[in-house]
Design a binder for this molecule. Structure first.
Ligand code: DX5
Ligand code: ZN
Length: 221
């Protein structure tokens, strides 16, 4: 069964707590939180203070996506704030392996995210050490962008790599996922679908999440 991770970037920040409770009640599996530094990506979002606040209003796992340079400087903050999964970009650090261990030694699940143009081979020597592999299907920095269709092949290749190595790494896809393409992303091999505007931009979160799962399920059959 595919997991659904609503990205709060598209939520109404004036009522963030309620929005999170609503997607939790609607059947979300993870809460995806996008952290942007205005350098690694051309946008600034929120920091660990907001993660800490979200921790107090849901029991769902917090899936924290760090789009920041030198993530090693901030891992402790996000662990302290209550992140369950911390995902970093190899394009943003010289010390990917070390940062993965900073996360794991802190008792949290470690993820690695790849920009659309980044080779899958960047994770070759760490994929057996991580819990989650995130394939970006838009250029990171903003919600509401168009899914890059060429990423379907990359998702398939990532699935093949994880299966060939016999790993239990969760394969997550992030960017431009909504009703209409959720099925093809799941069919390509995704375990977790991140969706921001695809969920928060709709009126009935429960119905949207249910239909996303249906799409994913109908292609899995
Ligand atoms: C993009 C972020 C995504 C984004 C997804 O930089 O990593 O998580 O919020 O938003 P949608 O689903 O609207 O593309
Ligand atoms: Zn994200």
């Amino acid at each position: 069964m595919v997991k659904i991770a609503p990205s709060i970037l598209a939520a109404d920040f004036t009522r963030l707590g309620e929005e999170i409770k609503e997607v939790e009640a609607a059947g979300a599996d993870y809460i995806h939180i996008d952290i942007m530094d205005g350098r690694f990506v051309p946008n600034i979002s929120v920091g660990s203070l907001v993660v800490e606040a979200i921790r107090r209003c849901t029991s769902l796992p917090l899936d924290v996506h760090l789009m920041i340079y030198e993530p090693e400087r901030y891992i402790r903050n996000f662990i302290k704030a209550g992140a369950d999964i911390i995902t970093i970009h190899p394009e943003a650090t010289f010390h990917l392996h070390r940062v993965i261990y900073d996360i794991k030694n802190g008792g949290r699940r470690a993820g690695v995210a790849l920009n659309p143009s980044s080779e899958l081979s960047l994770v070759n020597y760490v994929v057996d050490e991580i819990d989650l592999l995130l394939i970006m299907s838009v250029n990171p920095g903003f919600g509401g962008q168009e899914f890059i269709n060429g990423m379907i092949k990359k998702i398939r290749d990532a699935r093949e790599m994880v299966d060939r190595k016999g790993l239990s790494v969760e394969l997550e896809v992030d960017g431009g996922i909504k009703l209409g393409n959720a099925g093809s992303v799941a069919r390509a091999g995704a375990d977790i679908l991140v969706s921001g505007t695809g969920i928060f931009g709709t009126d009935n979160y429960r119905e949207t999440i249910r239909r996303m799962r249906d799409e994913a399920f109908s292609v899995e059959a």
